[in-house]
Design a protein around this ligand. Structure first.
Ligand SMILES: [Zn+2]
Length: 280
């Protein structure tokens, strides 16, 4: 890991790192704040802890979401016939599923390369492969020379099981705990529908992932807004917040929060609100 990592904008050596396993850690002068980073942690984002500049997570030299995604999926374009085509999404080597067919009678449908390119960009993959008819025949073991419309049936024989594109999307969503963290608390709370409302507080010493409030980690406050029913957490030393759910009545939010103060070890947002951080 690069101990000389310096923020190109402000020169700070303190970074906020969001990963799959630890959710958030501070890296200062090459030292991890509270716990060592494990090699299978998969870094999702890297930003300067002082000015907020976003840096390429690959700079750290640990596996990133990009590496994880490439292990999961491979995008392949197949051309059974000239002028026809489809995009195949391969999940783990050799197992393909058809996700796009360009109708042979449509002049305006996206060509498969364009679809594959868009998918690769969305998933952070480097590039897509191209499969010829020969390769498909070899993989499937059997390819009746008919029409392109038969490809889905052949692809289904390749043994994808129930691993569909939808499942990949869900897995991708589950890999993004960062999406729960939002910037702009002051703007959000100043909206008149919230600013004029009464609030009910549920404690100010919540941890994000643990309650080890050592250097660089701030406590969070959990509150419920009467008028909007929103239950939220805000980080006390920043402008970040998390919407934890909507509970229209006080009785409902108190039922959800029951026992929150009974056990200090449970007073972490990821443990008490797993539904917010695990989307799949
Ligand atoms: Zn900076």
């Amino acid at each position: 890991m690069d101990e000389k990592l310096v923020c190109p904008k402000c020169g700070s050596r303190r970074f906020r790192v969001i990963s799959l396993v630890a959710v958030e850690q501070i890296l200062e002068n090459g030292e991890w704040s509270c716990s060592e980073f494990s090699d299978d942690g998969y870094i999702l984002s890297l930003e300067c802890a002082d000015c907020g500049a976003e840096l390429d997570p690959e700079l750290l030299g640990y596996p990133t979401q990009k590496a994880l995604t490439s292990q999961l999926v491979e995008v392949v374009v197949a051309y059974p016939y000239q002028g026809e085509g489809g995009v195949l999404l391969g999940v783990e080597k050799g197992q393909y599923e058809l996700i796009y067919v360009r109708p042979s009678d449509s002049r305006y449908a996206w060509p498969p390369e364009k679809v594959a390119g868009a998918i690769c960009r969305a998933l952070g993959l480097h590039n897509f492969g191209v499969a010829t008819l020969d390769k498909l025949v070899l993989t499937a073991g059997h390819f009746p020379i008919g029409s392109w419309e038969e490809v889905p049936a052949i692809v289904s024989k390749m043994g994808m099981g129930d691993f569909t594109w939808k499942v990949v999307e869900q897995k991708m969503a589950a890999f993004s705990p960062k999406q729960a963290l939002r910037e702009g608390y002051q703007d959000w709370i100043s909206d008149p529908k919230r600013a004029r409302s009464g609030e009910v507080d549920f404690g100010v010493w919540w941890g994000l992932q643990d309650r080890d409030f050592c250097y660089g980690k701030s406590p969070w406050r959990v509150s419920w807004i009467e008028d909007t029913g929103e239950l939220y957490a805000r980080e006390l030393t920043s402008d970040r917040y998390i919407v934890l759910g909507v509970y229209p009545t006080r009785a409902e939010v108190e039922a959800r929060m029951e026992g929150w103060a009974d056990d200090l070890d449970r007073m972490t947002l990821t443990h008490f609100f797993p539904e917010v951080f695990k989307q799949a």
